[in-house]
Design a protein around this ligand. Structure first.
Ligand SMILES: NC(=O)c1ccc[n+]([C@@H]2O[C@H](COP(=O)([O-])OP(=O)(O)OC[C@H]3O[C@@H](n4cnc5c(N)ncnc54)[C@H](O)[C@@H]3O)[C@@H](O)[C@H]2O)c1
Length: 406
């Protein structure tokens, strides 16, 4: 058995009601008749009834009847009066509530409020009145959001990475290109700019402290592809003093470190900003350091620059979030490559640092690939302003794992 839901609505002005239900809500007329006589009087408990019945069908097959009474001079039994005007309301499901709301508003229909998400988030709802004041609820059932299969994909994304000639940057750039991204790899150490991509990767010789050069290159990339999806600020310097007893630090060392590690990520982010903002989409990943989180000896410029970068990330995330641009930090621990390769090769230092790391080992550049891919891909679409430590638990550790002491 199939239940037929069927509802009668009393109307007073046929033309106005037809305009509302047929022209604006899109219901189809199935039957349009005039009825009167003994049968109707008996059924309605009224006398000498004459009514125009317009049966209308909604998209989902449900029926309503518009009942326009021409005459019913006596109502012997008010308790059995047929009338939907009053506390009753009629709900219609619609495919696109915003669209129909705009249409009805333009036709002069009055609404209680614009369409709103109902509690639970599965329906969008609004209420208006038909020409006779019957309350009409319009409901859009929201599709369950599908989680895309390629959530972690960077394929075809246009990604810029600085410091891509270094121990960490080179591995990150190659891994992104291998996963189908178009990678623009910047480094001051590259002998020249390669016009042609090799395996999806363009090498560009560029000093990231040269703001206008980087900005012009970005404009060219945007002109070619129509988008810049991600920027990874990975270029960095750590100028350590040989004389560990000296407590003075040169201004030159300070300036260079701050320029490369902090001012350049700021300027590079500014350079991609307008392109990302235009598409309302973009991810910026800044590579900070344990030095952004703790006080380390002999290189205050490095710590200050990375600490500055950590907070710069949060400030840009705050300012650019509503434009669809996410900004996050990756915080590498001891990766045993690039600028920590030398210390990794010192057995004693290696042992002590491993003992301070929960996972009991140094990292490697490949440990950074997953977190960077994650922060660039849609998998992290609700993450911004965050620090993502990739440090084997070094920062979270409360006590070194020194044999016999625990
Ligand atoms: N290696 C680690 O263990 C480790 C740990 C924490 C943080 N980091 C950070 O990771 C990033 C990469 O470090 P790495 O270990 O690969 O060091 P690296 O020295 O091997 O690489 C840094 C790269 O930056 C480039 N660079 C420096 N100045 C530049 C400039 N003005 N313009 C363009 N390129 C410039 C260098 O040429 C180099 O290729 C750095 O920001 C560093 O602070 C590294």
């Amino acid at each position: 058995m199939k239940a037929i839901r069927h509802l009668g609505i009393t109307i007073t002005d046929r033309e106005k009601s037809l305009h509302f239900y047929r022209d604006l809500l899109g219901l189809k007329i199935v039957i349009d008749t005039h009825e009167s006589g003994e049968y109707l009087d008996n059924m309605s408990a009224l006398q000498k009834v004459e009514v125009n019945i317009i049966k209308m069908e909604a998209d989902d097959g449900n029926l309503i009847e518009l009942l326009c009474y021409k005459s019913h001079p006596r109502r012997p039994d008010p308790a059995r009066e047929i009338c939907s005007v009053g506390p009753t309301h009629v709900a219609f499901t619609v495919a696109n509530l915003d669209e129909i709301y705009e249409k009805l508003i333009r036709a002069g229909v009055i609404f209680n409020a614009p369409p709103q998400l109902a509690p639970g988030g599965r329906f969008k709802v609004t209420f208006c009145k038909d020409p006779d004041g019957t309350l009409i609820e319009l409901v859009e059932r929201l599709e369950e959001e599908k989680i895309p299969e390629n959530l972690f994909s960077v394929r075809d994304k246009i990604i810029l990475i600085t410091g891509a000639g270094g121990g960490l940057g080179s591995k990150i750039a190659a891994a992104l290109a291998e996963r189908g991204a178009v990678v623009y790899a910047f480094d001051i150490s590259f002998p020249q700019t390669e016009e042609k991509a090799i395996n999806n990767l363009f090498q560009l010789r560029c000093d990231v402290t040269n703001d206008s050069l980087f900005k012009n290159i970005c404009a060219g990339i945007f002109g070619k592809h129509g988008c810049i999806d991600a920027l990874i600020n990975c270029a960095g310097v750590a100028i350590t003093k040989e004389d560990k007893n000296c407590k003075l630090y040169s201004r030159e060392q300070w300036d260079k470190t701050l320029n490369v590690n902090l001012s350049a990520p700021f300027a590079c982010s500014q350079a991609v900003f307008e392109h990302m903002a235009r598409n309302r989409r973009g991810s910026i990943v800044n590579i900070t350091s344990l030095g952004a989180e703790r006080g380390f000896p002999h290189n205050p410029a490095y710590g200050a620059s990375k600490g500055g970068l950590k907070i710069l990330t949060k400030c840009l995330a705050r300012d650019w979030g509503k434009l669809g641009i996410r900004v996050n930090n990756v915080v590498p621990g001891y990766m045993g490559a690039g600028m920590t390769e030398k210390t990794y090769n010192n057995e004693e230092i290696r042992r002590i640092r491993s003992a301070n790391t929960m996972l009991g080992r140094w990292g490697s550049p490949k440990d950074l690939i997953g977190p960077v891919v994650f922060l660039i891909s849609d998998a992290s679409s609700y993450i911004t302003g965050a620090d993502v430590p990739v440090d084997g638990g070094w920062l979270a550790n409360g006590f070194p794992d020194l044999e016999g002491i625990e």
